[in-house]
Design a protein around this ligand. Structure first.
Ligand code: PLP
Length: 242
């Protein structure tokens, strides 16, 4: 930890934020008629230095999400990851797949059949089966990756034929919304796709996890049935990109 100048104030605010958001997530779950522990809080750790991440882990955080392969591999040895689940949540290029397979517990950002194929191929070569979520571009935005709602089902049928990848649910980042009602509309749409696909009972495609909701909209997401909320800045503070 020698190379970091520790900001004690920031450490304290990470602690306060983490505890507050965790309570809030529990409250929202109960309000939605679910158990207090039904919704998992993921700490999104992109651009965050290890000491601050370790603070959240020390407080009991058991799920982290990283965006970039290189960044994660560069800092993982400094993290207290015993018993902590790690997900890749950022856009993944096929040429980075080889480096990340076996390093995380789930890839939430499967955004094309081509990527799924490469994940299955590399997993097979390493003797692994990789759990993934299909990322849905629920607002059909040019700037975002993900499968369009229209191609989702067909793509999942194709992925179901691949031997070393298992789809466990859906993930999405909806468009920035003006109101909570608009946010809920997108989340409800994703949940409906989740239910429709579950009803199809496709081989190797399990609809168990709905990953939706971030710092600004996690409450709306939980109200619409989210299983994992991915929270970064509300815990660690505004990101400084470098
Ligand atoms: C950065 C990121 C988040 C967290 O965003 P915040 O608004 O900081 O909570 C969640 N999901 C994905 C895919 C992200 O890239």
């Amino acid at each position: 930890m020698g190379k970091y100048i520790l900001d004690e104030e920031r450490l304290k605010s990470v602690e306060e934020n983490y505890k507050r958001i965790l309570e809030s997530v529990k409250e929202c779950a109960v309000k939605a008629g679910r158990s207090e522990i039904a919704v998992r809080l993921m700490c999104v750790t992109k651009t965050v230095e290890p000491p601050y991440i370790n603070k959240a882990l020390e407080l009991g955080a058991d799920l982290i999400g990283e965006n970039r392969v290189q960044e994660y591999l560069g800092k993982k040895d400094e993290l207290e990851l015993n018993g902590v689940e790690r997900h890749l949540i950022g856009h993944l290029q096929t040429n980075k797949v080889r480096q990340i397979i076996g390093e995380v517990d789930m890839i939430e950002s499967v955004s094309s059949f081509k990527l799924a194929k490469e994940i299955s191929r590399v997993s097979a070569a390493k003797g692994l089966i990789t759990n993934c979520l299909a990322e849905v571009n629920i607002g059909m935005e040019e700037s975002k990756s993900g499968l369009s709602p229209a191609e989702l089902e067909e793509t999942l049928y194709m992925i179901s034929e691949l031997p070393n990848i298992r789809i466990k649910g859906l993930m999405a980042i909806p468009p920035v919304c003006e109101s909570e009602a608009d946010e809920r509309k997108y989340f409800a749409e994703l949940r409906q796709s989740f239910i429709d696909i579950k009803d199809k009972k496709i081989d190797n495609i399990d609809m168990e996890i709905l990953s939706m909701g971030m710092s600004g909209d996690y409450k709306a997401a939980i109200a619409e049935g989210s299983d994992i909320v991915r929270v970064g800045s509300a815990i660690f503070g505004a990101r400084k990109y470098y």
